[in-house]
Design a protein around this ligand. Structure first.
Ligand code: SF4
Length: 364
């Protein structure tokens, strides 16, 4: 469960009915006049909302937009998505990251077609039962596409509530869901939930909330306190440094790729043989060990320039290695020799693409 920490103690009561009513009215009016034009808002069918919500998990709207349009062109409905191969779906997702999302989207489409005629379910429990859909996504789909009175709570909404109510102390996650349930206007769930998301994304931003242009400023307790940007106060989370060994084994101009099923791989994806290291000092000995495991031969690894790669909450130092001799055989399944150019098209992770470029630059 996600926890937030605040320095001050909680107030005794939250929004009274009069404030709550003013809040809803002001928020909805502002949203109707100021909402961004987004493709999934034009025609909010369950399928389009579903795809948008999955793509928007841990990803900014601006990043999602071009992927969303391309994905919808290739897979305009549930049957076309279900009929596609997993590798085709992953290729269309390439660059968005968090590939497990695409794989589960595909699994869900195959549950819905042909067995359920490709119809997206309306019942909240049935939506929640689909792969890759948790309470937030189920609430978002049911409220936005079907206007069902289902609450949603994400990072933006949590922040708006914390400031609006000027919450202090530790807060359990259920508190936010209770508040959203209490605030939700039964017949306007679609607009209300989107308005809360929009307010958090565009106005009540993490570092410099734009209180001067905020539609709910008159009912905001953090603003009353005089320093809204101090709320909430989170304990900083350090990002963990990770050292990753990556092998660039070449034979007759082709590079060795490893498939899913290998530890640390995105299911259904291809990448370079790799291994997480205990520390940077062990890189060369682990490279020698991994080469021996893959080729069955004791071949000396050749270090290539290490580089940094950052993903959410991780700082990765990548240690690429070539080898002094071309491998003759590869032991075990799940490997494939492909020429370098095809290799770059084949691997989904930008980390492996960078390693391939680093290897080419160093003449590996
Ligand atoms: S007044 Fe400021 S702190 Fe309060 S909800 Fe609006 S933007 Fe956020």
């Amino acid at each position: 469960m996600k926890r937030l920490y605040f320095r001050e103690t909680p107030p005794a009561e939250y929004l009274d009915p009069r404030r709550a009513s003013a809040f809803r009215r002001r928020l909805l009016r502002w949203y109707l006049d100021n909402r961004r034009v987004l493709p999934w808002r034009d025609t909010p069918t369950p399928y389009r909302v579903w795809i948008s919500e999955i793509m928007l998990q841990q990803t900014q709207v601006g990043t999602v937009l071009p992927y969303y349009d391309r994905f919808l062109q290739r897979f305009p409905d549930i049957p076309s998505l279900a009929r596609a191969s997993e590798s085709d779906v992953l290729q269309r997702w390439a660059g968005l990251g968090y590939y497990g999302r695409a794989r589960r989207l595909h699994q869900a489409a195959r549950i819905l077609w042909p067995a359920r005629q490709g119809k997206f379910p309306e019942e909240y429990e049935a939506v929640l039962a689909l792969p890759g859909i948790g309470p937030y996504t189920a609430g978002a789909i049911c409220s936005i596409a079907y206007n069902q009175p289902r609450p949603v709570v994400d990072g933006n909404i949590r922040r708006v509530l914390v400031r609006l109510l000027r919450i202090g102390g530790k807060v359990r996650e259920g508190f936010f869901w209770d508040q959203m349930t209490a605030l939700l206007p039964p017949n306007q769930a679609s607009s209300f939930n989107q308005a809360m998301m929009e307010l958090g994304a565009m106005v009540c931003t993490p570092h410099r909330p734009q209180c001067g242009s905020c539609p709910v400023a008159r009912v905001c307790r953090a603003l009353e306190s005089g320093n809204p940007s101090r709320v909430p106060v989170k304990h900083p989370r350090g990002s963990r440094p990770v050292h990753l060994l990556v092998l660039l084994l070449e034979k007759e101009g082709r590079v060795l790729l490893a498939s899913s099923g290998k530890p640390g791989f995105i299911p259904g994806a291809w990448g370079l043989p790799c291994r997480v290291l205990a520390d940077a000092a062990s890189a060369e000995s682990e490279a020698a060990r991994l080469i021996r495991e893959i080729t069955g031969r004791a071949v000396s690894p050749v270090p290539l320039p290490p580089f940094r790669h950052a993903i959410t909450h991780r700082r990765i130092t990548v240690h690429p290695f070539g080898s002094t001799a071309e491998p003759t055989t590869v032991q075990g399944g799940g490997y494939q020799w492909v020429n370098r150019k095809r290799g770059k098209d084949r691997v989904l992770s930008s980390l492996f693409r960078k390693a391939l470029e680093a290897g080419a630059g160093a003449g590996a």
